[in-house]
Write a protein that binds this ligand. Structure first.
Ligand code: 5AD
Length: 454
């Protein structure tokens, strides 16, 4: 039985895709290798969002080709996902040791292609064509998560692609046009996950606020996405719902009201802003102004004052002046994000921003990045500190990643809490008192244990 190791780069969608490919391969008789050492097949599931992510995967493959191949020439090496999609055969031209290149609409064919390569029927396979209906083909979940027990949380892919065409973004090229799965199919997947012990689902898509726009449409003023959340809310056994990522442009009042209407929907919103300058937002083709973004935040906080709000910001977009950057800094100070992922602008081939005037020199990008990082981190640290002494509900996920002797869970606002507990707590909702705040981690005491069922 051939063994497979999959290494994943990039976003949660990629993690989800890797898991589905792994599950598919296990069903077909493959075994999962714990590391690349000794694996018969090594697959890299790649990310193209920034050049650094591509370089990491290319470097890794070069290393594998030089190292693994020397001792075990029969090992099958493959690229999957976004870089596979955007580069295709060029990857094999650059790295002739690569046997397999699988695009983002072909994950469900991985086993078929590997079988052909391993049995000698095919020498090399490049499969990056668009395939209708592929958004519904990724359904399999691994039967067993890693760690103490089965997974308590799961990602559920609800759609593929994005039509927004932000001028910096490669996603429309790597993931294609928006295609949504049916509500029934997603609900069915959530029911199956619940029956296996999953208690929290994260609905995933590149732009979930566009979910089902064409296929389902708005009903009684309720967007297709909120209809989906309502349907998942009704799934027995699922205790918490999250989603990522929405786009501010499509963030309607129905979605803000959903937080009050659906008790399972966690008070956590990841809302990428990208810049605090209207001029830059326009050049990015984001479709909203700073004022509109701040109005959404205000409404979210009015609906739920404890809402955890996180964002993505790009620094050094072409044409970004000192004043534009100051506007981003002032937005970060005004909103006080609970977390912010900061990205240094990386030109992506084929995107309109590459040709914009005023490309920013790297040292300036570095300087702005460091400055913004310091600003947001100070705010985050203060907010984490302010939560000390409060009692919060967490869903216990498993052993702590930092210290396996402890357990960790997540608050509804999406903060990690580490505490002393026992394996039987895994999968339970419990209340803990926050005793101490560390770097992006809270330390809790479950002294007042209030088991809320499982
Ligand atoms: N350069 C830098 N950051 C980017 N992102 C997307 N494209 C680029 C790029 N070309 C960031 C955005 C997005 C996050 C997932 O990655 O902030 O929200």
């Amino acid at each position: 039985m051939p063994s497979v190791f999959i290494k994943t780069y990039g976003c949660q969608m990629n993690e989800r895709d890797s898991e589905a490919v792994a599950a598919q391969l296990v069903l077909k008789g493959y075994v999962l290798a714990p590391s690349e050492k000794g694996a018969d097949v090594i697959l890299l599931n790649t990310c193209s969002v920034r050049d650094s992510a591509e370089q990491k995967a290319l470097g890794k493959m070069r290393m594998l080709a030089a190292d693994v191949r020397k001792h075990r020439p029969e090992v099958v090496l493959g690229f999957m996902g976004c870089m596979a999609q955007s580069m295709g055969r060029e990857l094999i031209d650059q790295l002739p040791d690569v046997d397999l290149v699988i695009g983002t609409q072909k994950f469900h064919r991985t086993a078929e292609h590997l079988d052909a390569i391993l049995s000698g029927r095919s020498e090399k396979v490049v499969d990056t064509e668009a395939e209708r209906g592929s958004e519904g083909s990724i359904r399999e979940h691994l039967l067993h998560g890693s760690g103490l027990s089965r997974s308590v949380t799961a990602f559920v892919s609800i759609m593929q692609g994005c039509n927004q065409h932000c001028t910096f973004c490669i996603v429309p090229f790597t993931r294609g046009e928006e295609r949504s799965r049916l509500i029934e199919d997603i609900v069915h997947e959530c029911q199956e996950l619940a029956s296996r012990g999953v208690r929290e689902v994260t609905l995933l898509g590149q732009i979930v606020t566009s979910y089902g726009k064409r296929e389902i449409g708005t009903r009684d003023g309720i967007s297709a996405f909120v209809q989906l959340v309502e349907a998942v809310q009704a799934v027995d056994g699922i205790r918490r719902i999250r989603f990522t990522s929405p786009h501010p442009k499509g963030y309607g009042d129905d979605l803000i009201e959903a937080y009050a209407r659906f008790p399972k929907l966690c008070e956590s919103a990841h809302l990428p802003v990208q810049s605090g300058s209207d001029r830059i937002l326009k050049l990015m083709h984001r479709g909203y102004t700073r004022e509109r973004f701040e109005a959404i935040i205000e409404k979210l906080r009015a609906a739920c004052p404890t809402m955890g709000i996180t964002t993505d910001i790009i620094v050094g977009f072409p044409g970004e002046t000192e004043a534009d950057f100051e506007a981003t800094l002032s937005l970060a100070r005004a909103v006080e994000f609970d977390n912010a992922f900061l990205f240094k602008y990386s030109p992506r081939k084929g995107t309109p921003a590459v040709d914009l005037p005023g490309q920013i020199p790297q040292p300036v990008i570095e300087e702005r990045h460091a400055c913004l990082l310091q600003t947001v981190n100070q705010i985050i640290a203060r907010k984490y500190q302010a939560s000390v002494g409060s009692t919060v509900e967490i869903l216990v996920e498993g052993p702590s990643r930092k210290n396996a002797a402890r357990l960790e869970g997540r608050t509804r606002t999406n903060r990690i809490v580490v505490f002393e507990g026992s394996p039987r707590h895994v999968g339970q909702l419990m209340e803990v008192r926050i005793e101490r705040a560390g770097n992006f981690t809270l330390y809790g005491d479950p002294a007042i244990v209030n088991l809320n069922g499982s």
